[in-house]
Ligand binder design. Structure first.
Ligand SMILES: Nc1ncnc2c1ncn2[C@@H]1O[C@H](COP(=O)(O)OP(=O)(O)OP(=O)(O)O)[C@@H](O)[C@H]1O
Ligand SMILES: O=C(O)[C@H](O)CO
Length: 441
């Protein structure tokens, strides 16, 4: 492995992650002057409210809340923040809870009830600041009547394992949980609410991020039904009952944009993958690379996307196109992994292993694939590096990369070859970033 390229890639990744640090994102968007709160230039008069509360959830909730606590100071009354186990930290006025992710657990239900009960007690002259980040769907849930945690967890797990997209997964979740799909806006009404959102979804659709708890929803029980059929998911009797009632109109649809509950809501996107890539590009230029941001909207099966990235690297190696060497080509997004094996890994590690197989004959070509949250799949790593020597290094250790990939055991492979990237939880979450470096010979 070319140490210089590996260090360069790590430095570029670190800069990208720092740019989307949730605290930095909040401070970029929010300013307080006396009792005036300015959010992206729009003014809110804090003297108009009896109480100002924070409800914050997602993998980035602690840092987002810390920044808002600092900005609001004495103006803040209290609040609740929910994050993933191991991602928590101390706050001053806001109570902190931890819960399960990617599969919801008992604490996700307890958190859902806390949020529900809290919002029941707020009034028309209160302001609620919702701080929303990725991971929110699993961390806070308030299942519709009759649906148990096991029902929710099994369904979430089944859809993830089938390779369902986050849009599909959240369409289903929005129809089974009263917080999602605009439900939180309903609970908060008639209080005024402002949502500050850190995007972890391709294209930044506000109705999908954390299952769009404070925005109008356009998805329907009909969509839910189609998704279940598409992936041949067997439903528990309770979930099947809710779906049937929804299809027959016995249960109300999620609120659309005409619903009165949205009259007192506003939404601001405070950070996303594109922002991270912009900073990555600046750092790469500083390190002497010619740079290009391909896209922040990568989707598709991780091992297949890797083949496209390998083809781009090959073209760079052969002909120095689309940009002159030394080249740094950047992309971001979120792939899917259809689980067929029983191994350990994540989207980024799986992509890196597939890339390594494709570039086994190339020199000075490297891919860094990492989750900006520092947590790829079911592992404690952010992702992995792969280059032209990775497969040979594996062979030297009697590891067959193809076998590891078939068993979705990318983590098992990279653990042995020493190519894992460990950052620890970064506190942010704007999907994954991919850094392709191709150096001169
Ligand atoms: N052995 C494995 N190999 C590859 N990918 C895996 C493996 N096990 C789980 N995954 C993938 O890991 C993902 C879940 O982990 P992760 O916490 O990184 O998701 P996430 O998308 O960041 O969550 P969120 O979007 O809610 O923030 C799923 O897409 C799943 O397919
Ligand atoms: O929590 C979720 O729904 C995903 O992370 C997408 O935001």
């Amino acid at each position: 492995m070319n140490e210089k390229m590996r260090n360069d890639a790590y430095a570029i990744m670190s800069e990208a992650i720092a740019a989307v640090d949730p605290k930095a994102c909040i401070y970029r968007s929010v300013v307080k002057n006396g009792l005036e709160l300015l959010i992206n230039g729009r003014s809110y008069d804090l003297s108009l409210y009896d109480n100002i509360y924070i409800i914050s959830f997602g993998k980035a909730s602690i840092s987002m809340t810390k920044a808002m606590e600092e900005i609001l100071g004495d103006s803040l009354t209290s609040g609740i923040a929910i994050t993933k186990y191991g991602f928590s930290g101390p706050l001053s006025k806001v109570e902190v809870y931890e819960a399960g992710h990617p599969t919801p657990d008992d604490n996700s239900i307890i958190a859902g009830k806390k949020v529900h009960d809290f919002l029941e007690s707020t009034g028309a002259n209160d302001l609620i600041l919702f701080l929303i980040s990725g991971g929110g769907s699993a961390l806070v849930t308030y299942p519709r009547k009759g649906i148990s945690l096991t029902d929710m967890a099994k369904l979430t797990d089944g859809l993830i394992r089938s390779g369902a997209t986050i849009d599909e997964l959240n369409t289903v979740r929005k129809h089974l949980c009263s917080i999602k799909g605009g439900g939180l806006a309903k609970m908060a009404f008639p209080s005024e609410s402002i949502s500050l959102i850190l995007s972890d979804v391709v294209g930044d659709p506000l109705d999908v991020i954390a299952s769009g708890p404070t925005v109008p929803d356009t998805s329907t029980y009909g969509d839910f039904h189609e998704i279940i059929e598409r992936y041949s998911i067997t439903l528990s009797p309770a979930v099947a009952g809710v779906l049937e009632d929804g299809l027959e109109g016995v249960i109300e649809e999620t609120p659309s944009s005409e619903a009165p509950v949205f009259e007192k809501t506003s939404h601001y996107l405070v950070g996303n993958n594109a922002l991270a890539l912009m900073e990555a590009e600046n750092k790469a230029s500083e390190l002497g690379y010619n740079t290009m941001v391909l896209t922040s909207s990568v989707i598709g099966e991780a091992r297949e996307v890797a083949k496209v990235f390998a083809a781009i690297a090959r073209e760079e190696r052969r002909r120095g196109t689309p940009i002159p060497l030394p080249a740094c080509i950047l992309a971001g997004g979120e792939t899917t992994v259809t689980m067929k094996g029983k191994g350990l890994g994540g989207r980024c590690q799986e992509m890196a292993l597939s890339f390594a197989i494709e570039v086994a004959d190339l020199n000075d070509v490297l891919l860094l694939a990492a989750g900006t949250d520092g947590n790829d799949g079911t592992t404690d790593c952010a992702g992995a590096y792969a280059d032209g020597e990775t497969i040979q290094n594996g062979k030297n250790l009697q590891l067959d990369a193809h076998m590891f990939l078939s068993n979705n055991n990318s983590h098992g492979f990279f653990k042995e070859t020493g190519d894992l990237i460990k950052t620890g939880p970064t506190g942010t979450n704007v999907m994954d970033i991919y850094i392709i470096l191709v150096d001169m010979f």
